[in-house]
Write a protein that binds this ligand. Structure first.
Ligand SMILES: Cc1cc2nc3c(=O)[nH]c(=O)nc-3n(C[C@H](O)[C@H](O)[C@H](O)COP(=O)(O)O)c2cc1C
Length: 188
């Protein structure tokens, strides 16, 4: 077993940071998952006549026809009932200069919508000014998945703008930088 592990390590280019079973050390597991870079979105809806929204990086595209996307929300989130019941939601993909927006919307700050410019989109869900893309969605399914719910939405309307997205990995915000063309070569 030891020899096999050493063999695997020798074949890796990088020093091993952590390994193990997720349930033994959930913080370590989160650090492992956090190494995967994502974009940063603020997902919004209208609930009880007012706007709701939260910072989300679990967003992913699923299908082109029909046009489906998904994201997941922590069951214990204060926003869970709002998003479970809202017919529509908007995915606002943040731009690299919207770190503050991400930080406001990962708190329960009661006046967070007063800190951004927005207009109501489908079903009253806020379209946030300055985002690089906006997807107006109709909720089509809510799936239970462990301590999260997975929400699937059908995109009814989209817009995207000429800006650089905000990214997130290893607990830090960043922005993308393209690799030079010579790194794109296909294997022989
Ligand atoms: C970069 C980033 C990504 C996040 N992604 C998610 C996510 O995908 N799902 C989720 O439930 N919470 C996510 N959160 C946390 C929520 O934004 C945060 O819990 C919420 O806004 C606070 O309200 P709550 O305590 O009612 O959940 C993320 C936070 C940050 C900073």
């Amino acid at each position: 077993m030891m020899i096999q592990q050493q063999f695997v390590a020798d074949k890796q280019r990088w020093a091993l940071l952590e390994r193990g079973r997720p349930l033994d050390d959930s913080r370590s597991f989160r650090r492992c998952l956090g190494q995967y870079p994502t974009g940063v979105t603020v997902i919004t809806a209208s609930h009880d006549g007012g706007p709701v929204g939260m910072t989300v990086n679990s967003f992913a595209s699923v299908s082109l026809d029909p046009p489906l996307i998904l994201w997941s929300i922590r069951r214990e989130s204060r926003n869970v009932e709002a998003f479970r019941s809202a017919e529509h939601f908007v995915v606002n993909m943040l731009a690299h200069d919207q770190v503050q927006v991400s930080q406001w919307f990962c708190t329960s700050h009661p006046q967070k919508f007063e800190l951004v410019s927005w207009v109501a989109g489908l079903g009253g869900a806020p379209l946030i000014y300055g985002a690089v893309a906006q997807l107006e969605c109709q909720r089509v399914s809510v799936q239970e998945a462990g301590d999260h719910l997975i929400l699937i939405g059908e995109v009814k309307q989209y817009a995207h703008f000429d800006g650089k997205p905000l990214t997130f990995s290893n607990g830090e915000y960043a922005m993308t930088q393209g690799l030079p063309r010579e790194h794109h070569g296909a294997p022989n």
